[in-house]
Design a protein. Sequence first.
Length: 266
Amino acid sequence: MKILIIGGGNMGKTYADSFTANKTITKENLYILNHSQEKADYFKMQGFQNSFIAVGDYIREMDLIILAIKPQDAKVFYPVLLPFLKEKQLLLSIMAGVTMQGIEENLSLVRVVRAMPNLPTQIGMGITGFTAAAQVTREELFMIQNLLNTTGKSIYFEDENKLDAVTAISGSGPAYVYYFMESMISTAKDMGFSAAEAELLVEQTFMGAVHLKNIHQLSCAEWIAKVASKGGTTEVALKTFAQFEVKGNIGKGLNNALKRAKELGN
């Protein structure tokens, strides 16, 4: 099998490293199309000799093409790529908001898979939601899922509309976590802790809380109840959050992210 990754940015590099590290594909059978000579040279230094900066006949030889470019660049790149595609090629897109129908109409391909990974894929702890056109076979879906699972875990959805929601929840999700952590670290420093102390307190709290939830089958509400003693410090903080409708405002932010994901697709 030969795979072409179009786009050598963070996700393109993550896939190249993960696929080869897990021995899913050899470096000899992995092709990378970059937008700059500097990036092409970087990948060659890493052992990826099939690193290009221009489209060409080699694209017709590919069994799987992974489109890892920015969604706003798609319309410009489609006509450049189109002459080098074969009708029955399999394509995996990780462009946020770009629908399978839009890809099919612009590239004349019907065997399309659409996925939305998130940042922790870079360390093998990501989560990727994906869906596929009806023309994609079960064997091909299984192969795609094996590739995606080299970067963490994946979930298949029959309904493509859920991919925009995946973008809003888990695709953007790490930024929300860092936002909350940053707020806690800043407040901890205001309370007199050094930057190093504040970061250690907050980071280990997040890591420990997630691992604890994974180990024991309790809901978030049940864990909150375990921590929040009546009349204690946690309870007063939670009441303050409720007073300022923090939960509702988080929901508004997520829904605005979903709205933007749909706008990008249009």
